[in-house]
Each structure stands twice: as structure tokens, then as C-alpha cells.
Ligand binder design. Structure first.
Ligand code: ADP
Length: 547
């Protein structure tokens, strides 16, 4: 798709003509300098994960040119972000902030409203502002990736870990405000934040938490990264998965380095699923499970080898279950259906007592097997889990993308109680609809205490219009059917934001109305990320923007 010429040379913001746009861009360029503003009129290049575009969604599921920016701006400081926001208010031009735009599977850098001006915070605002070795905290700007934070901590020599998601190239700050997850005990990224600096939609500046107390002699407050709640309403939450502000600084808690032991348990039968979930619940509730473990279907063992799908199956339709079984037979895991990846933390004696308990619980399932990384060959996926689960960022998960030509992926991620009957309902529903729309089912269940994030990874060919159409159809139907059963998504691609927001409709849409009330007060011109998470400013509502 990289070489296809662009159908149009550019896209304007809604209700803005070329002349006004040119005037507005000239005015902004005057303030930010010529390296602060760029018009998006060149060919769109999807690139790859590490060289991703900030102009559109590299993993487009509609026409590549549908969700595009009219221009991109590169602020170098909080005050330049304020300048951009005030400018957007003056010209009523929608802006779409991104930290790094590596939000792949959820929309990447793409704005929801075509022709928005993307505010690429990460390019110039990419400093680690503070690393506190005593209190194990840090403060970062939007452009700090997991790789960068990891390297900066390594340089200090401090025994601190970060918590990284599956891929380490994303923004620490961006992922946290989108409520992404990782896999150490600090895996809930938003829960481990502490303190924010936010530019509000009118261009004014706010510090949350203890940051609201000015430090001595004009310094930042020394407890900004230590205590989340401060005094009065806890408002940090309204800046996550919202369009109420642009976060320019954010504090995080870091994990003191510790001993760790990853392991893998395999289960032979498809039907073991229910019993596995029942065993997980008490272990998770009692916090015996040390991290956010993953339960994966065996088909993933094939995908993470990085070999194309055709290595095992070249026939029509879905990847058959018996071909999965045949395929995994020749891999180190052998003939299995489900695989559980976990990690325990602490000193060797506590790890071994935890592992004894975990083993005896799971090995009650006939035919299940327990492995340590040392039992598996050096190229096995478990070694990348060992890195991720001990705070070392990796790119291994990109190997998925060899599954199909021009591969992109899209996530369907409902929240499911850790209960076999609920888990079975949602798994059956997802698998049935994948079959209906002709996609392989790739389930991964990330276990937190009382719920699991069920992540269904839809891998599709970006160059195949029919696959894109079917991927959209599958998503729409899964969202609707899951909602009928009472399940909702924790996060979604921006194309489905309205539909997902709609499912959170209790009390005649009370939550949506509450969000709209806040939106209209904070952003009267409706310039900041209209439509993000299904929140539309007044000027856009009921004008056909909702999808
Ligand atoms: P990452 O590069 O970590 O994957 P992104 O930069 O793509 O994350 O951020 C994910 C989404 O979160 C963006 O599409 C945007 O809507 C929102 N976002 C990211 N950074 C900010 C920010 N600093 N302030 C407000 N919203 C943001």
C-alpha cells in the first residue's frame, strides 16, 4: 500500500475553506517556527512500527485517506502547546493530540475527525524530567517511550524497573492515559501514575495531585509523584480516555528491582478453558499470582514463531483447529490447546513456595505440564515474556505481522469476570463471530484480580478491501452481541468509539450526558479531539458525526 498515489492532495478541517486554513497555518507557523508546523499533503506512508506515520492510521480499516490530519504541529514546550490550543480556539480548528502515535490496533496517530490538526507532542517533548531513586518514581514528557525510560534508568544504575506493554516503542504517558496494561505487578499503568500537568481546552494550565501545591522557592512540589489524591475531588481520571485536556507531564511509580521467575503451563484440551479460569480466580484474588499473567490459545504459539500462516495452512476459510494441533505438535509445547504464562517475584524461597502452590493448583487438570524458561529452547516466545515481565521492553510481538501479507491488527477487548460461565459465554461468542466473518481467532486473556481483559486480535490484510470490510463487520457485531450479554470493552479503535460508548448506556445514557456536560464547560468551541471515546462537543452532536 505504500506506493499508492494519494487521491486528494490534502484534507481540510470541517467548515474551514482553503483560504482560512492557509491564513491559520501561516499564523501558527509564525509563532512556532517552520519546523513547528507541517502540512499533510505528501503521499501517505504506512511505514512500520518503529517508523510509524503521524498523518493517519497505519493500520487503516477504512480507506487509508479517510482518517487523516490536515497538518501536524510539533510543540517543544508546554507553553507552545498552550499557543496551539489558543490558536485552535481562535480559528475553530479541531486538534488531535498524540504522544507518539504508536497506539496501533486502536487508531495509531489518526484523528477521529478528518482534517484535524495533529499535535505531535512526542517529537520535541521527549525528556525524562526526573528519576527519584529513593522513592522509586519518575516524571516524563509525552515523547518518552518505554525503551527510552528503560535506557535512562539503566544509565543511572538505579535498581528500578519500568512496566512495559507487549511492544516497547509506545509512549509511557500516552499508553497510561489510554489505560493500557503491562505485565509486572505495576501492570495497570493508569493506577501507577502520580501527578499530571494538563493544558485545558481553553489553553490554561492545571497541575493535579500534590502538584497543585507550589513547592518552596518556585520548585515543583516534592510529593507530586508520591501521593495521587491530594485534596478535594480526584480529577486525574477525567483526563484518561477523554478529550478534556492535553497532558504534558506525568509522574509514575517505578518498581524496585527484585528476583523473578517466569513459567509456562500447558493444557491439552480445548475444554480445559473453564477449569483453568476457575483455578485462576482464587490465585488472582489472593494475589498469589505475582503479575498480570496471560492465558493464550495454542494458535498463538504458531503466530509468534514469526512464520506466515501458509507455513501450516493454505486452504480456504479459517485456520482449522486440527491444523493448529498438528502445527503445535512439532513445536516444543507439543499437542496442547491453552498456554498460561506467569511470573512470580521476590526472593528465591518465596518464589518457590508460590510456585509450589500454583503448580499444584493447575496440575490438577489432567495432562497439564509446567515449564521453566530453562526447559525451552532459546528462540521460544517465553524468553521475550521473561523480559517483559521483568521490565525490559521488547519488539517480539511484531512477529505476529508475518501471519498475513500487508498485515495489520485490530483488537476487540471486552472485560470479563474471572468466572468460567462468563468466560465461556464471551469466548464462544467471539469464536462464533470470527467464524462467521472468516477470521482466525487469537484469544489472549490478561488476568487482573477480579476480571480478565479478553484481547481478541483480528489480523487482516490492509491491501484487501474485502478483509477490511469483514474486520469492521466482525467488530461491530462483537460489540453489539457482547453488550447484549452485559460485557463492555475497556478500550477500542477510534472507528468504534461511538458504538462502544453507546453500550455504556445505563440510566438513559447518564454517563454520556455527564461527559458531555464536562466537555461543553471545558471546551466550549469543541476544538480538542472531538469524538474521542465517543465524547462529542456540542457543535458536533447530532450532525451525523457519530459512527
Ligand atoms: P502511544 O504512542 O503510547 O501508543 P498515543 O500517543 O498514540 O500512544 O496515544 C494514544 C491516544 O491517547 C491518542 O490517540 C490520543 O487520543 C491520546 N493521547 C495521547 N497522548 C495524549 C496527551 N498527552 N494528552 C491528551 N491525549 C493524549
Amino acid at each position: 500500500p505504500d506506493s499508492v498515489p494519494r487521491k486528494s492532495t490534502g484534507r481540510l478541517p470541517p467548515n474551514i475553506n482553503q483560504e482560512t486554513f492557509d491564513t491559520a497555518i501561516a499564523a501558527l507557523t509564525k509563532q512556532l517556527g517552520s519546523d513547528g508546523v507541517e502540512i499533510n499533503n505528501k503521499p501517505l506512508v504506512d511505514g512500520w512500527y518503529m517508523e510509524h506515520p503521524n498523518t493517519h492510521d497505519a493500520y487503516h480499516i477504512v480507506d487509508q485517506e479517510e482518517m487523516v490530519a490536515s497538518a501536524i504541529t510539533y510543540p517543544s514546550s508546554t507553553s507552545e502547546v498552550q499557543i496551539i490550543v489558543k490558536w485552535a480556539n481562535e480559528y475553530t480548528i479541531p486538534i488531535w493530540p498524540i504522544s507518539m502515535g504508536r497506539n496501533i490496533g486502536y487508531g495509531g496517530a489518526a484523528p477521529r475527525v478528518p482534517g484535524s490538526v495533529v499535535v505531535d507532542l512526542g517529537r520535541k517533548m521527549n525528556r525524562v524530567l526526573k528519576i527519584d531513586g529513593e522513592n522509586a518514581t519518575c516524571m516524563v514528557e509525552p515523547g518518552v517511550s518505554y525503551f527510552k525510560l528503560y535506557e535512562e534508568i539503566q544509565k543511572t544504575g538505579l535498581p528500578l524497573w519500568i512496566d512495559t506493554p507487549d511492544l516497547g516503542g509506545g509512549s509511557v504517558l500516552g499508553n497510561a492515559i489510554d489505560r493500557g496494561v503491562g505485565y509486572t505487578p505495576y501492570g495497570d499503568h493508569f493506577a501507577n501514575r502520580c501527578g499530571m500537568e494538563v493544558v485545558l481546552p481553553d489553553g490554561s494550565l492545571l497541575r493535579t495531585g500534590m502538584g497543585a501545591i507550589p513547592g518552596k522557592n518556585g520548585e515543583d512540589n516534592p510529593t507530586w509523584e508520591s501521593f495521587q489524591h491530594a485534596y478535594g475531588p480526584s480529577i486525574d481520571g477525567i483526563f484518561s480516555q477523554s478529550n478534556f485536556g492535553i497532558v504534558t507531564k506525568m509522574g509514575f511509580w517505578l518498581m524496585p528491582a527484585t528476583g523473578h521467575q517466569s513459567y509456562m503451563i500447558t493444557f491439552p484440551r480445548e475444554d480445559d478453558f473453564a477449569q483453568i479460569v476457575e483455578i485462576i480466580r482464587p490465585l488472582a484474588l489472593k494475589r498469589i499470582l505475582g503479575n498480570i499473567p496471560q492465558l493464550r490459545h495454542a494458535i498463538q504459539e504458531l503466530a509468534v514463531t514469526g512464520k506466515p500462516r501458509t507455513t501450516w495452512y493454505n486452504g480456504p476459510g479459517r485456520f482449522p483447529r486440527d491444523v493448529v494441533r498438528e502445527g503445535v505438535k512439532n513445536l516444543p509445547v507439543g499437542d496442547v490447546s491453552w498456554i498460561f504464562y506467569g511470573t512470580q517475584y521476590g526472593d528465591p524461597s518465596s518464589i518457590s513456595s508460590q510456585l509450589a502452590l500454583i503448580k499444584s493448583s493447575f496440575l490438577s487438570i489432567p495432562g497439564s505440564k509446567f515449564y521453566l524458561p530453562s526447559d525451552l529452547p532459546p528462540d521460544h516466545y517465553i524468553h521475550s515474556r521473561v523480559s517483559v515481565c521483568s521490565g525490559v521492553p521488547v519488539l517480539k510481538e511484531l512477529d505476529w505481522l508475518n501471519w498475513k501479507p500487508n498485515a495489520a491488527h485490530l483488537f476487540f477487548s471486552p472485560i470479563v469476570p474471572v468466572s468460567s460461565s462468563h468466560a465461556r459465554t464471551i469466548h464462544t461468542l467471539i469464536d462464533r463471530l470470527h467464524a462467521k466473518w472468516g477470521f482466525d481467532t487469537f484469544p489472549t486473556l490478561c488476568v487482573a484480580g477480579r476480571e480478565m481483559h479478553y484481547i481478541a486480535n483480528i489480523v487482516y490484510d490492509r491491501a484487501d478491501e474485502d478483509e477490511k470490510r469483514r474486520a469492521r463487520g466482525l467488530m461491530r457485531e462483537m460489540i453489539a452481541e457482547a453488550a447484549k450479554e452485559g460485557f463492555g470493552e475497556y478500550r477500542t479503535h477510534l472507528l468504534f468509539a461511538d458504538q462502544v460508548a453507546e453500550t455504556y448506556g445505563w440510566g438513559g445514557g447518564a454517563l454520556r450526558r455527564f461527559n458531555e456536560t464536562i466537555k461543553d464547560v471545558l471546551d466550549s468551541k469543541g476544538i480538542l479531539a472531538p469524538g474521542r471515546n465517543g465524547i462529542w462537543p456540542r457543535s458536533y452532536r447530532e450532525k451525523g458525526w457519530e459512527l
